[in-house]
Design a protein around this ligand. Structure first.
Ligand code: IMP
Ligand code: MG
Length: 191
């Protein structure tokens, strides 16, 4: 369990108009990923788990985490898209598992961030309906927010807890931008 502590790290000059503060430095992220990878490896020893990353936000985290897990495991990716502007608004469509059999498998869902928990709830319901032997959740970030919905599934592995701010980098975007930043920063909304 980690809370951000890198306020002293300067925002690199090219990003200083978009990012107000570095919340997690590249080094802190990397250190914690190694710790978490070890924890996951110990937990799933002999289980050949399937790690399922939620596109696109989790790709950078999962790319680093997978290399920090020293047991055999498989990778899959899903996309979760919300329907907007219809009466079914709030429903989430899940794609990517059409040809994947999760029955009897140990599944570890890998998310970028849990905010309200709505996306997570829908994904978990979907995965549970596929009959896995176990289903656990790993998230790079958990946002400390009052908006968290009741009934949000418990997150088993959390790399970092963050305050209720809009963050970018290390996979997290604002309108598809800034995912590539190697650190996690607080977005400076200049609009
Ligand atoms: P939830 O359904 O409200 O938990 O939101 C989850 C999704 O919202 C995440 O997978 C992100 O794509 C997006 N999101 C939530 N908070 C942030 C943020 O601070 N920065 C970037 N994306 C965010
Ligand atoms: Mg997003």
């Amino acid at each position: 369990m980690q809370t951000p502590s890198s306020q002293h790290v300067q925002v690199p000059p090219p990003w200083s108009d978009k990012v107000s503060e570095v919340l997690l430095s590249k080094q802190e992220i990397s250190r914690r990923n190694i710790e978490l990878g070890k924890e996951i490896g110990d937990k799933y020893h002999g289980c050949n788990p399937i790690l399922i990353g939620v596109l696109k936000g989790s790709i950078i985290f999962l790319a680093d985490l997978t290399r920090a897990i020293d047991i055999e495991h498989e990778l899959q990716f899903i996309r979760a898209s919300s329907y907007h502007g219809t009466e079914s608004s709030g429903k989430v469509k899940i794609q990517g598992l059409e040809n994947v059999d999760l029955k009897g498998r140990h599944v570890l869902l890998v998310e970028d961030i849990v905010d309200t928990g709505l996306t997570l709830k829908h994904i978990v319901d979907h995965l549970e309906s596929m009959g896995p032997a176990s289903l656990k959740i790993c998230s790079f970030l958990s946002k400390n927010t009052k908006r968290r919905l009741p009934g949000t599934p418990n997150v088993d592995f959390i790399a970092h807890y963050i305050p209720d701010k809009f963050v970018v980098g290390y996979g997290l975007d604002v309108d598809q931008r800034l995912r590539h930043l190697p650190f996690l920063g607080i977005y400076k909304n200049t609009k």
